[in-house]
Design a protein around this ligand. Structure first.
Ligand code: DQA
Length: 145
């Protein structure tokens, strides 16, 4: 089983970015945890980060036929990118949306996700554990399919 993990914009700055919200873990720490979990679950994961909407769309397209599932944190694009929403809907590769912070407990503009309706489910508010729960969720979903 192959899972594509996509980190969206500004997540490359984790560790120093708004640490009171996102904590002090760096993206490389989260990636290491995802890779360790993948090993434990006996799956392959590939991890990409991009600050660009078009690149994220291309990554989603590239999952067609090469990945069984996607775990995506679209960052701020979550709240307004119809193009990323349409890409997720177009490829019909099952996806889970994850967020470090609880987007529903934050500013009003963050409380809407335009991508949530085209993914299998959303995990929000558990810090880096959101990614691990997201991986477990997509793997169980695929294994039970
Ligand atoms: C985020 C929440 C978004 O609102 C924000 O723009 C991010 C990170 C999260 O993981 O909590 O960049 O997706």
């Amino acid at each position: 089983m192959r899972i594509l993990i996509i980190h969206g914009p500004n997540l490359n700055l984790l560790g120093t970015r708004e640490t009171s919200i996102y904590g002090t873990e760096r993206l490389s720490d989260i990636d290491a945890k995802c890779l360790a979990l993948a090993k434990e679950l006996g799956i392959d994961v590939e991890i990409s980060q991009s600050n660009s909407e078009g690149e994220i769309i291309n990554l989603i397209h590239s999952a067609r036929g090469t990945f069984d599932g996607i775990v995506i944190n679209p960052g701020a694009y979550t709240h307004y990118s119809y193009a990323i929403r349409d890409a997720l809907a177009a490829v019909s590769v099952p996806a889970v949306e994850v967020h470090l912070s609880n987007i529903y407990a934050r500013e009003e503009f963050r409380q809407k996700s335009v991508t949530a309706s085209v993914v299998c489910g959303q995990i929000t508010g558990f810090g880096s554990n959101s990614y691990l729960l997201g991986i477990r969720a997509i793997v169980e979903l695929l294994r039970n399919a």
